[in-house]
Design a protein around this ligand. Structure first.
Ligand SMILES: [Fe+2]
Ligand SMILES: [Fe+2]
Length: 387
């Protein structure tokens, strides 16, 4: 790329996963207050602090462009979506990105645009002094946020307050197919048309199961994603496990067995389950279908699907979230569901144990066979609280 002379250059980095109204209002304010010759939007390859993005670079760049169109900025030649970080193909710290744009525009007044939440943590950023030596911080203060005390960093504050939209909350809504506020209309359309954020998977599942089961699936995804947000689980993995947990629920016993038999060694009590409670096999078969038909490779996701029907003594975070959400999603109308749902946000372990208890009591009440893993999970909970 040729070196270009520009008087004022603004660089705006971030994951834009997805880009939302908070991002676009910052861009508009930077254009208004600084009047830059160029404003680079630089979608990152990945963040050193966050989970991998839910959409690839090309999709995030396209979403940024669609949002600009919604804001009447589609034809603004000053705004360039730049592939610098994506081209590097690995996580790139901001100091390196700023150094790149400094080399590209050696004589420019360079600004680095950010929200006030970033300013608070800025001193922990790698080589933050190198950023300060090359660029001026340009900060928009988020609504409901006040800069505590003097930040003791040089920065220029943009006029106005900016909507506090959270990409994490947005993503949780998108993955479960909920309507989400805070997205520009064209971006929402782009996401829907392309089936981003697992929209393609949801459409496939909707075609493959009865409406009531699909509603239950979305209910599980909604609660599981809210719990993932609360406990810091990865939203994409959580959504995958929740959406696919009952993918084999409608199969005949023979079809379930055929699927589950593929990975027999990994299935505890398979023979006894087949004899006594074949419906449990849908969890085993579901994990196989998720892997073979839907291409899920993540062992944590596959395990959460595999154990969702009976639980597990040494459950991981995702196992607990899916098991609890399956039992207590908003569509469940037995009396304990609401209490477990509420408890889950305060104490997930306690909610997981309560969900186990309800399920065990239900099965025993019907005179049914109890999966040995359920018994182990329940006993392990008792041992934990009594030790
Ligand atoms: Fe199930
Ligand atoms: Fe379920």
């Amino acid at each position: 790329m040729n070196r270009q002379k520009a008087v004022k250059v603004v660089v705006y980095g971030g994951m834009f996963d997805p880009p939302h109204e908070g991002h676009f209002s910052l861009i508009r304010a930077a254009l208004r207050d600084i009047g830059p010759d160029i404003l680079y939007v630089v979608p990152g390859f990945g963040s050193p602090f966050k989970e991998p993005p839910g959409a690839d670079f090309a999709a995030r760049a396209a979403m940024v462009r669609s949002g600009l169109r919604s804001h009447g900025l589609g034809g603004d030649v000053r705004i360039k979506v730049h592939p610098y970080e994506a081209r590097r193909g690995r996580v790139t710290y901001t100091w390196r990105t700023i150094a790149f744009f400094r080399r590209l525009h050696p004589d420019a007044s360079l600004y680095f645009l950010m929200g006030s939440d970033c300013l608070e943590t800025f001193r922990r950023w790698k080589n933050y002094r190198r950023i300060l030596s090359s660029a001026r911080l340009l900060v928009g203060v988020r609504a409901g946020f006040s800069l505590r005390g003097p930040v003791s960093l040089p920065y220029k504050r943009l006029r106005g307050r900016f909507p506090a939209v959270s990409s994490t909350a947005l993503k949780a809504g998108l993955f479960s197919g909920s309507r989400v506020p805070g997205l520009p209309g064209d971006t929402a359309k782009y996401i829907a048309v392309r089936g981003l954020y697992l929209g393609g998977l949801r459409a496939r599942l909707k075609r493959s199961m009865p409406p009531a089961r699909f509603r239950h699936t979305l209910g599980v995804a909604r609660l599981a994603l809210a719990l993932a947000q609360r406990y810091g689980a990865d939203p994409r993995r959580t959504a995958l496990a929740a959406l696919l947990h009952d993918v084999a629920r409608g199969l005949s016993k023979e079809a379930m067995l055929a699927r589950a038999a593929v990975c027999r060694p990994g299935m505890p009590a398979m023979r006894a389950a087949t004899r006594n409670a074949p419906v449990v096999l849908h969890a085993y078969a579901g994990a196989v279908i998720a892997e073979k038909k839907y291409g899920v490779k993540d062992p944590e996701v596959l395990r959460a699907i595999r154990v969702h029907a009976f639980g597990r003594a040494s459950s991981g975070l995702l196992d607990k979230i899916i098991f609890t959400a399956d039992l207590a999603e908003a569509g469940r109308n037995f009396p304990e569901a609401r209490a477990i749902r509420e408890l889950a946000f305060k104490d997930l372990d306690a909610a997981y144990a309560a969900a186990q208890r309800v399920k065990l009591a239900h099965v025993i009440g019907l005179g049914g066979w109890v999966h040995p893993e359920s018994v182990k999970a329940w006993n392990s909970h008792l041992e934990k609280i009594r030790s």
